[in-house]
Design a protein around this ligand. Sequence first.
Ligand SMILES: C[S@@+](CC[C@H](N)C(=O)[O-])C[C@H]1O[C@@H](n2cnc3c(N)ncnc32)[C@H](O)[C@@H]1O
Length: 274
Amino acid sequence: MKGTELQDVWTDIPPISAQSAERLGYPTQKPEALLERIIAASSNEGDLVLDPFCGCGTTVAVAERLKRRWIGIDITHLAITLMRHRLNNAFGNELLPYEIIGDPKDLESARALAKESEHEGRYQFEWWALGLVDARPAQDKRKGADRGVDGYINFFDDNSGKAKSIIVQVKSGGVKRGDIATLKGDMEREKAPIAILITLEEPTRPMLEEAVTADFYEPERFPGYKYPRLQILTVRELLEGKEAQYPRMAPPATFKRAQRHRRTAEQGRLEGNS
Ligand SMILES: C[S@@+](CC[C@H](N)C(=O)[O-])C[C@H]1O[C@@H](n2cnc3c(N)ncnc32)[C@H](O)[C@@H]1O
């Protein structure tokens, strides 16, 4: 039977609920079904889709799936970090190459970002730096800051189905031995197997010595593997390609995984299903 044509107000697509499978935790995330209808109804395969306020990247992910080319713009590094992972999780190896423009690619621009974001509590620098180790920014910033945790990296190294969390702290100012001792305390309190400090400034020798006293994390199921429990990584090292050390035996679990998608080309029509 022929349905009714869609009207100006669309009520048949529910918003993202707390239980929704596609929910990634970005406060203003829109449902993929909504963007799918808009993109399918107004473009063809190969067309270019622009979302200049793209948040956690719903438009970008749907455009990719529907074989459109796309440009996404967002003003915050939080959105960029989430979007990168959404695309990786949703398309994996099938993801076509894309470029991130405007994020720091060298130490000088990292310093500039740290300076620029000083007036807003350095969050932009922090979100960007967390992205360097694929960490998920702590959701409740006030609480996170109180507890000395800026972000988390989750990983699996057993069969329990429960992820383990690495705590990550970012520092863009001067750092000293006491910061490492404090992070060590945070790690114990959070019962985290590993803690990582990302620092813009180079660590001092006493800091490195303090870090070594935290010993190694040795996963029970993988005898012979060991990872320093307290790792100091400079922004310079990360930009040069150095990586955090932790068990990578299973797929990373840091971000709530976007549902896996196959790419399909579609051109829709503005018809509801009522
Ligand atoms: C309503 S949200 C978009 C949500 C998106 N549709 C989704 O599904 O995740 C609006 C976004 O615009 C971004 N924004 C605000 N001002 C901006 C600006 N001047 N330039 C680019 N992005 C901006 C915000 O950071 C926010 O992520």
